[in-house]
Design a protein. Structure first.
Length: 129
């Protein structure tokens, strides 16, 4: 499947593409919201935004794996944050993960999650070859 990352001017600085065009779609995975409150070894990451953000991406990748997908297959994501001041840090972490080809994305500030200690949740759509 071909992917064309539409690159905007200011969007690159915020680590997202305004649009990702796919052709010859074979498999689409609609990912539910994934949090990162607990590390892989069960440690609670309460109050640690960086750790929760990175764990969100690890959890998304673990969900994609059985379908043959990786984070690079994500074409769009919605990021929910409890603190708008963390948007820049999330952008930095996302840049580490995706390089220059970012999924289309939105960041939304919320008042809280079902589990109050959560600081971030990511919902996404992935398209696999």
């Amino acid at each position: 499947m071909a992917r064309d990352f539409i690159k905007g001017d200011w969007q690159q600085g915020r680590a997202f593409s305004p649009a990702v065009v796919t052709t010859d779609t074979r498999k689409t995975i609609w990912l539910a919201g994934h949090g990162g409150l607990k590390s892989d070894d069960g440690t609670v990451l309460k109050g640690d935004f960086d750790a929760q953000c990175r764990q969100c991406f690890r959890n998304l990748e673990k969900t994609l794996a059985p379908a043959g997908g990786t984070l690079r297959d994500i074409v769009t994501m919605t990021v929910f944050l409890t603190d708008v001041r963390q948007t820049t840090r999330m952008t930095e972490i996302r840049t580490e993960i995706f390089g220059d080809d970012f999924p289309a994305s939105a960041a939304i500030t919320v008042t809280g999650f079902a589990v109050p200690e959560m600081l971030i949740e990511i919902q996404a759509v992935a398209v696999l070859d």
